[in-house]
Design a protein around this ligand. Structure first.
Ligand code: 5GP
Ligand code: MN
Length: 320
């Protein structure tokens, strides 16, 4: 699958690469890593995302620009690649255009159950991150020497953020070997990236954490934790939705908790962000019941009711 991806995709001349909406470090890191792999081989490449980057990932745009999708370019390019998601629906307002354009559509992603709509879909649900898969593309194409500081920092960011800073069970010796290679080739110290991504908060963000922790509830003998955040908590603290990123880790850090769910009001609906730290509850299965998806240990979905109803449905749906 990877060899076919490598040989097919590089035959094109003008390519656009999409990462999924509400991008995270892996979405942008893998997108930039792949964009540079193609650009360094002489292809014309543009990278699109329908949403703006969260503040703590903006440093990545200095490595390769992430633009608002350009309809004319999408229509004139000769191939489209999706990264870190396997369903065009996760890629924002241009999903229909992406599908209907009739262009060869490629995918590089580590989420389970990819759609069968791709020219070549490079899928590996066991991979720690899409960034790890992009590293393998450099390896398998014998182009590791193309990994400069920018590529290395982009892929490092993707692998770091999708593995909870190298703590999840998706982390293998191969992940650490790839990281060692990235650090050597990129010649940077990892604390630079950790500080940019994690130690970049402002006071209002910590005030939001305090609001959120005040809403922490546990159920099912302490195995399930919820953090239900009303819109008013964001307004009161002057925070944006991006500032909620990572807050769920506090709920998971409780000894008794196996599964945690962050719920927050957004656009008249409730966004669900689910995490498990054991194998008991597959949150991808739970998320799919609400029309969403993800991985066994990290998934997301939308609930159409209000916050109270969403908590009730989550507590009923997740059993141990
Ligand atoms: P997060 O909770 O950080 O938003 O997302 C965790 C995981 O679930 C990510 O791997 C993401 O791709 C997936 N995910 C989040 N929200 C959605 C959603 O609304 N639909 C689907 N299909 N996947 C989601
Ligand atoms: Mn990912």
């Amino acid at each position: 699958m990877i060899q076919e991806f490598i040989s097919e995709v590089r035959k094109h001349k003008q390519v656009c690469i999409f990462s999924h909406v509400r991008p995270d470090g892996d979405a942008i890191g893998s997108q930039i890593g792949l964009a540079l792999w193609l650009q360094k081989q002489g292809l014309e490449v543009r990278a699109f995302n329908d949403d703006a980057l969260p503040e703590n990932l903006k440093f990545l745009e200095e490595i390769f620009p992430i633009e608002k999708p350009d309809k004319d370019y999408i229509e004139s390019c000769d191939a489209i690649i999706l990264v870190d998601g396997n369903d065009p629906k996760r890629f924002g307002g241009y999903a229909d255009l992406i599908i209907e354009s009739g262009k060869p559509l490629y995918m590089v992603d580590h989420h389970p159950e990819p759609l069968d709509i791709y020219e070549v879909g490079f899928s590996d649900p066991t991979a720690s991150s899409t960034a790890e898969m992009v590293y393998r593309i450099y390896l398998q194409s014998a182009l590791l020497h193309y990994i400069d500081k920018g590529v290395a920092q982009a892929l490092y960011t993707g692998m770091m953020t999708d593995t909870g800073s190298f703590r999840f069970d998706s982390v293998t010796p191969q992940v650490h070997e790839a990281i060692a290679d990235l650090l050597r080739r990129g010649n940077f110290s990892p604390d630079v990236i950790h500080q940019k991504v994690y130690d970049n908060k402002e006071l209002h963000h910590l005030k939001l954490i305090s609001e959120a922790l005040a809403k922490l509830e546990v159920y099912h003998g302490g195995k399930l934790a919820t953090l239900a955040i009303p819109e008013s908590s964001l307004v009161k603290t002057g925070c944006t939705y991006d500032d909620l990123d990572g807050i769920i880790a506090f709920a998971l850090s409780l000894a008794s908790v196996e599964t945690a769910v962050l719920l927050y009001e957004r656009d008249e609906k409730v966004k669900l962000s689910l995490r498990s730290k054991t194998d008991t509850v597959d949150v991808n299965v739970v998320a799919r019941k609400f029309g969403g998806g993800g991985h066994k240990k990290a998934a997301g979905a939308w609930h159409n009711g209000n916050l109270e109803e969403a908590v009730k449905d989550i507590v009923e749906t997740i059993t141990f």
